[in-house]
Design a protein around this ligand. Structure first.
Ligand code: E4P
Length: 314
């Protein structure tokens, strides 16, 4: 099987050019020994979920999308504006991703400028592709062109709906500040479509036999699965592939791992080399707890009661 490689020196050289994050708003460095440690964002538009995580110092960014906005109660653009501005104000100067909903280049740029006028920490989320799935007459490169146009205007972007490392590379080349690979949806897809009679051609694609095709096109590498073996790790493998490509070529676009389904994927993504993890609040709410932590805590508190019942001189 094809094994992916990266060197520690490359990883270091890429990371030291990234922004320091473990500093207070006044610029005081925290004691944390890794000033460029991976950041955690909350993947939600619900203020009541964001606020406690932010105040606890767990998150320093937020990502949203139209589905999350709807879930947070937005029923029209006025609601989206109110919700977004409230989150941006709380999080400032940390980034808050707001997704474009227009699908043609001019309108997307106009919408990006409008969303960007709501707060200076807005990051514009741009879908990498899917335009022709909506309308065959649309330009398939719309997302990349918009990212480039926004880069020229110094507007930061988060390129979303990434499912392979080449999409991530195109987005980075276009000027994206962040790329968002969806590891959870990739893992869901692989689990649903896994089947023993399909051959993994290399680490990246299924081999599809096309008996009716001309001789030289009979074997097609069609469907990306980011799979190095066990299907359950395909999502993390996707993150790792992008991390290795970006590290080996010293690409500074940040890898914002998205679409988490469980806390185990959080650990996997940290090991895979993600720069940022955007995680749903219910998963973040659970990571400080563990069955053995609970057990240990109950025991410590129980044992400490003896100190209250005996005097210091006894
Ligand atoms: C993040 O930026 C994405 O909008 C989000 O993680 C998608 O997650 P889902 O697959 O749970 O919808």
């Amino acid at each position: 099987m094809f094994e992916i490689q990266q060197t520690k020196a490359n990883a270091h050289s890429r990371r030291i050019r990234m922004a320091e994050i473990n500093i207070t708003p006044e610029g005081k460095p925290l004691a944390h020994p890794a000033p460029r440690a991976p950041r955690i964002f909350a993947d939600t538009a619900a203020y009541e979920e964001i606020e406690p995580l932010y105040r606890a110092g767990i998150i320093n960014g937020v990502t949203t999308n139209p589905t999350l906005m709807k879930r947070a109660g937005a029923a029209n653009w006025d609601d989206v504006e109110t919700i977004s501005k409230r989150i941006c104000e709380l999080l400032h100067p940390n980034p808050v991703s707001l997704e474009l909903t227009e699908v043609s280049q001019d309108k997307m740029i106009e919408q990006a400028e409008h969303l960007g006028s709501w707060a200076e920490n807005v990051i514009i989320k741009v879908p990498i592709g899917g335009y022709q799935a909506l309308d065959p007459n649309l330009d398939p490169y719309t997302g990349l062109k918009v990212i480039r146009a926004l880069w020229e205007r110094n507007i930061k972007t988060n390129c979303t709906l990434i499912f392979n490392s080449t999409q991530a590379l195109w987005a980075a080349n276009a000027g994206a500040t962040y790329v968002s690979p969806f590891l959870g949806r990739m893992a869901d897809y692989a689990r649903k479509n896994d089947s023993a009679d399909r051959t993994v051609g290399n680490s990246l694609y299924w081999v599809e036999e096309q008996p009716t095709a001309p001789e030289d096109q009979r074997v097609l590498n069609t469907e990306y699965v980011a799979s190095g073996g066990a299907r359950k790790d395909t999502g993390s493998r996707l993150i790792n592939e992008i991390a290795v490509v970006f590290t080996n070529y010293d690409i500074h676009t940040e890898i914002l791992a998205a679409s988490f389904r469980n806390a185990a994927q959080v650990t996997e993504c940290l090991l895979a080399g993600a720069d940022i993890l955007t995680v749903p609040a219910p998963i973040l709410a659970k990571v400080a707890d563990h069955a053995l932590t609970d057990e240990g805590m109950i025991r410590f508190v129980e044992d400490s009661k003896v100190f209250d019942t005996q005097s210091a001189s006894a």
